[in-house]
Design a protein. Sequence first.
Length: 108
Amino acid sequence: MIVLTAAGDRRDMDLVRLGQIVGNHFDEVVLFEDACNRGRADGEVTRLLREGMSAGTRVQKVDEFRGELVALEATLGRLLPGDMGLLMVDEVERSLTWLENRISQPSA
């Protein structure tokens, strides 16, 4: 599973190609938009990523969230022992601090 966003100031063709690469290599994808739109309308980055994923041969499930930490929480709640999760975040320090706090909490 991959948690993914992309900066809005990338070329359309690069966002589509990124989506295609992800769609060829991951079963599940969690997309989010947050602070990285960089001049694009809400939903435009995820639309372009999805366009590329539609050509992917592996992806089976794609979910979208508004907010980086919301996407991370949803993903961590789904991972099972032995699963691999790749987290491609925009606000690295904030997300790392959140992950450290989340992981250090005792399981409910």
